[in-house]
Design a protein around this ligand. Structure first.
Ligand code: HEC
Length: 105
């Protein structure tokens, strides 16, 4: 019951984000790549490419001195004006990898 409900909620979210691809084989929310998770959970504030959006700063500048572990912390617990984002630790790690590897350069 809960599983089905959260599946529907996730689909609803994905429908607003054209950048989201099909989850990888294996399914479940764990299957989203860091890039997909970024599109779902971060791009609304930080922009599709992480270079800043309506309500979040440019992550290329902000993550220069941050490690992956720092970004995981920021995602799970928030930082300054940014509220915690509701992801699992595993998802936070995947999105942090994406931010550090792809947004930074
Ligand atoms: C509701 C809007 C919002 C969402 C969603 C959001 N952020 Fe942020 N983020 C912010 C704001 C605002 C700041 C600036 C906070 C400050 O400096 O007080 C910020 C700052 C950051 C910083 C820099 C923090 C620092 O201490 O320099 C990182 C890294 C970051 N966000 C990553 C992410 C990631 C990754 C996601 C997705 C999992 C995400 N954010 C989702 C609004 C958001």
């Amino acid at each position: 019951m809960m599983g089905r409900l959260s599946g529907i909620l996730l689909l609803g979210l994905a429908a607003c984000e054209p950048a989201i691809d099909e989850p990888a084989p294996g399914a479940g929310e764990e299957a989203y790549s860091g890039e997909e998770l970024f599109a779902l959970a971060c791009s609304g504030c930080h922009g599709a490419d992480g270079r800043g959006g309506a309500s979040g700063p440019d992550l290329e500048e902000r993550t220069m001195e941050l490690t992956e572990a720092d970004v995981v912390d920021i995602v799970l617990f928030g930082s300054g004006y940014m509220d915690p984002v509701r992801l699992t630790e595993e998802q936070a790690l995947r999105v942090a990898e994406y931010v550090i590897d792809s947004v930074e350069d």
